[in-house]
Design a protein around this ligand. Structure first.
Ligand SMILES: [Zn+2]
Length: 99
């Protein structure tokens, strides 16, 4: 869920912005298309890097961490498996109270 929010909320709008600016620069200022492509490609890849950092930031803020080892139980994990097993995938400690 956090990945979807970060991807569609951050990476895709940034990517669309890079494409829009690249198209605008290539048509309004008549730069060569090769130069615009070479500049826009790293910026387009940077949109996904920013999306990844946003995902980690959101997971640190809203995610669930193991009470023993502190690793994230929601980022790059299958929460359904953790709920079914009841154990942390890193330290194998029980993450739910037996009460
Ligand atoms: Zn753990």
């Amino acid at each position: 869920m956090v990945f979807l929010v970060a991807f569609f909320g951050v990476a895709v709008p940034l990517l669309a912005g890079v494409f829009y600016v690249a198209h605008w620069v290539s048509t309004e200022f008549a730069f060569r298309r090769e130069i615009v492509f070479l500049v826009a490609t790293p910026l387009a890849c940077g949109a996904f890097v920013v999306g990844g950092f946003t995902t980690q930031m959101l997971d640190r803020r809203f995610g669930i961490r193991c009470p023993r080892c502190g690793q994230s139980l929601t980022f790059r994990r299958h929460p359904e498996r953790i709920v079914a097993s009841g154990h942390c995938p890193y330290c194998h400690e029980s993450v739910f109270n037996a009460a």
